[in-house]
Write a protein that binds this ligand. Structure first.
Ligand code: HEM
Length: 402
């Protein structure tokens, strides 16, 4: 497909800020999305494995299983919310590619929501059954089905992202041998090694997360030292073995890139990615602070975000000439400022409140009473939310009446 046709598919409204802002935000928010995805997948896996595990560490596995299930349950919500942000950004600067990919596989794109809904409901069913069974052996059947559906959800995202990279194939996919196939049921381009890399990365990331949990629990009074050691050993093992598997998948992905991007395998980006995982593995053995390791794992996610973006630019700009940065800008200061202020003030306050509350209450044994600082944070979060809603309606009214 020639460049003029690709550019004609752009939104005639242009973009409301410099495209570089959308590009950078896309990478950063995707890294946050995938961090939540990875902690969720890893936690669910550990929980499912640990629930009915026997042996002399059965009690530790059972305790971990309950904790990991809570993390997985909350993590899914965070992953979904954080998935929306990169979805918006990719639609803004790569709309010619994203929407064609979605239309070509429309059944998959719509099925994504159905799969996600069912996976989410089954997770709650599993959660309810586990809670009901208490210490008794609980069935993990629905939990495994839910886990498999979450993997399928990730695969759909992988499919839609991959198909974007083949504009020269779109026509053939839409009308194979000249006969139009408007069913939207085809899955046209995917790379199992790329998908495996993004899924396997959940093992080292969850390992680092576990080490963070270990440090948090170690700060509690009268904590069981053998459980703390169990978490440490498991976290380091996950980082090491999972990290090695992820690097192997990365290698296969790089060796199976489409011919038009084969050179990318030897670019600094792919080397940087492998190095980031290796650094996490090495630090996992050397650094005692679990919080620091969790922060390093976020750095690994950011590197993965940069790698994906570099590959996309390498193909769409390098091969097809599409430059997302020359999108027409129709500067809209109000929405740009509103976005950043919402992010920093409202997001900052609400997140600080929720994290501080969870942090302090988790460290408390028995009934927790919020400190005055937390109570004030709650007030300010509410005030900021109300102010946001008020500006939304006032600005809308001003636009209508002016
Ligand atoms: C909870 C299950 C989910 C899993 C396991 C998952 C997993 C993934 C994976 C593995 C990728 C990378 C694909 C690749 O680059 O090959 C990805 C990308 C992405 N995901 Fe998710 N995801 C989930 C849910 C969501 C949800 C609910 C949304 C949106 C509301 C979302 C939005 C995105 C976006 C926008 C991208 C990147 C698109 C792009 O830049 O090309 N994801 N996801």
């Amino acid at each position: 497909m020639d460049l003029a046709t690709l550019e004609a598919l752009r939104s005639p409204a242009g973009v409301p800020s410099h495209p570089a802002i959308f590009l950078a935000l896309g990478v950063v928010t995707w890294a946050l999305h995938i961090m939540a995805v990875h902690v969720t997948l890893g936690s669910l896996l550990l929980s499912l494995i640990g629930l009915n595990k026997g042996g002399d560490q059965a009690a530790h596995w059972r305790r971990l299983s309950y904790m990991a299930l809570e993390h997985g349950k909350i993590g899914v919500s965070i992953a979904i919310v954080l998935g929306v942000a990169p979805l918006l950004f990719v639609q803004v600067i790569y709309d010619p590619f994203w929407f064609v990919s979605n239309v070509l596989s429309a059944r998959w794109a719509i099925g994504f929501i159905v799969l996600l809904l069912v996976a989410y409901w089954l997770l709650w069913l599993h959660y309810g059954l586990v809670r009901k069974a208490g210490e008794a052996s609980a069935s993990v059947f629905w939990g495994w089905i839910s886990f498999a559906l979450f993997l399928a959800v990730g695969f759909v995202m992988h499919l839609l992202t991959s198909q974007m990279l083949y504009p020269d194939e779109w026509l053939q996919w839409y009308a194979p041998d000249g006969v139009i196939d408007a069913s939207g049921s085809g899955a046209h381009a995917y790379n199992p090694a790329r998908y495996a890399f993004f899924i396997l990365l959940s093992l080292p990331v969850t390992g680092a997360w576990l080490l963070g949990c270990r440090q948090y629990l170690a700060g509690r009074a009268e904590e069981d030292a053998t459980y703390i050691e169990f978490l440490r050993a498991l976290g380091v093992r996950l980082i090491t073995l999972g990290g090695a598997l992820a690097v192997a998948a990365l290698l296969v992905w790089m060796l199976t890139l489409p011919a038009k991007a084969a050179g990318f395998a030897y670019s600094p980006w792919s080397v940087l990615m492998a190095a980031a995982v290796v650094v996490l593995i090495v630090l996992g053995h050397k650094v005692a602070s679990g919080y620091a390791l969790a922060a390093v794992s976020l750095g690994v996610e950011l590197t993965a975000g940069v790698l994906r973006e570099a590959l996309r630019l390498d193909i769409l700009y390098g091969v097809h000439g599409y430059n997302p940065l020359n999108y027409t800008v129709n500067m809209d200061w109000y929405s740009t400022l509103l976005f950043f202020i919402t992010f920093a003030v409202l997001g900052g306050l609400a997140l600080s409140f929720m994290l501080a509350l969870a942090w302090q209450s988790g460290r408390t044994r028995g009934v927790y009473t919020a400190s005055p600082l937390i109570a004030r944070l709650a007030d300010w979060t509410l005030i900021a939310s109300l102010a946001w809603v008020a500006q939304y309606f006032l600005f809308g009214a001003w636009v209508l009446l002016r």
